[in-house]
Design a protein around this ligand. Sequence first.
Ligand SMILES: Cc1cc2nc3c(=O)[nH]c(=O)nc-3n(C[C@H](O)[C@H](O)[C@H](O)COP(=O)(O)OP(=O)(O)OC[C@H]3O[C@@H](n4cnc5c(N)ncnc54)[C@H](O)[C@@H]3O)c2cc1C
Length: 417
Amino acid sequence: MSYLDLDRLTEEDDLIRRNVHKLAEEVLRPLSIKVDRMDPRDRVAPGSPLYDAIREMKRMGLHRIHLPKDRGGLGLTNLQRYIIDEELGWASLGFATLIGVDAIPFTIAALFGSERVKEELVKPWLEDTEGRYIGCWGVTEPEHGSDYILAFRDREVESFGKGNVVIERDGDEWVINGQKSAWVSAAPVCTHMGLHAQLRDGRSLRDGAFVIVPLNLRGVRKGEPVDMLGNRDCPQGPVFFDNVRVPDDYVIAQPPFYELFSDQLLNLTSVNMGAFSVGLARAAFEEALKYARSRIQGGKPLIEHKNIKLKIYEMFERVETARYYVRKAMDFVYTKFFVEQSFTTPPRYARAAQVYAKKIAFEVAHDALQIFGAYGLSREFIIEKLFRDARALLIEDGTVEALSLDAADDIILNYNL
Ligand SMILES: Cc1cc2nc3c(=O)[nH]c(=O)nc-3n(C[C@H](O)[C@H](O)[C@H](O)COP(=O)(O)OP(=O)(O)OC[C@H]3O[C@@H](n4cnc5c(N)ncnc54)[C@H](O)[C@@H]3O)c2cc1C
């Protein structure tokens, strides 16, 4: 019995699954455990195992899974994209997040950038197998976390206040000032940021721009990497902008396109986060099943005790049901965006996929840890890491509450009875 029994995989699907699982099991997961246990500064210092993981993922082309073939992508089906995401989530939420945010600025530049941007930024990133080009996604700010999730539907958005990063045009360049939050994934190691910034004369966070910022420009400063409870294998840290100048071409989206664009980008990240969450949940379920088969208490394996049996079934049910909803939502969102080039896909399905999968990942990791007893809290098994990572999931890429509120606004306004 395998985890994709309900699907009819083609030979190519199965080959992709086996290859990515091999990388996940033999390379990424062991490296992620090492990185997780390191001091935040050591994690990003030269020689860190983090860079081995980035190189391995780039060599397999995992940064190119989103783009269609004619834009330099691997030309995968949506099911194949899903399979890769789930395997990455199974290996390490941190590495999955890292390769996910890496793709954001460059994938967007490949789709909407000028020829110059494609030549200067996208081409070398596509060809990179060493981790010389690493992207990140700068959205949240010291004073705006959930605000950025809710900004595109909340009628009172103007009361949210001014953005902490502002951008204004100066001749044929743009000037950026301000600070992104300390939580930007991969910021300490990345070379380029897909930045959301409010226009200096904008009325709310909706009046913004999406800009590709090379982080070696004058005026960019990175803060210290932060020490977090979970997702530690993806370093996080703040980025400061002091009169940073970018060419006009690097501003990819401005009003009125910016609003539509940002909403669709969150749809894309939502379904990817959903798939990572299912992968994490499956990892916790499999660890619990393995352990419950081997641990003897009351004279028999744990698996023969009714309460444990029920827990195993419930975990299985959650992983399976989440997988099929996330897959369907991912297929819907990717087809709308990449094939139909639609910018009006409603957020409710992608948000439901993300929120549901994050919740079940936390529940499954919680129940799995309980099956391990005290061993679950020790570092002898990976389950304590999965539990910490599952907790981070409930906040990363939007808290489950903010994502749900945003989806609720869409449902209340647009659901046809
Ligand atoms: C592991 C991890 C990775 C991350 N990676 C990135 C990244 O790559 N790029 C990036 O830009 N950011 C990143 N973040 C930041 C993340 O998106 C924010 O932490 C998240 O959106 C919540 O914002 P906040 O932390 O400021 O919490 P707040 O917005 O201050 O929320 C605090 C609490 O109040 C609730 N709340 C907030 N506003 C409302 C409201 N209007 N109505 C009701 N309840 C509300 C929230 O649900 C939450 O429980 C990451 C965070 C984590 C933990």
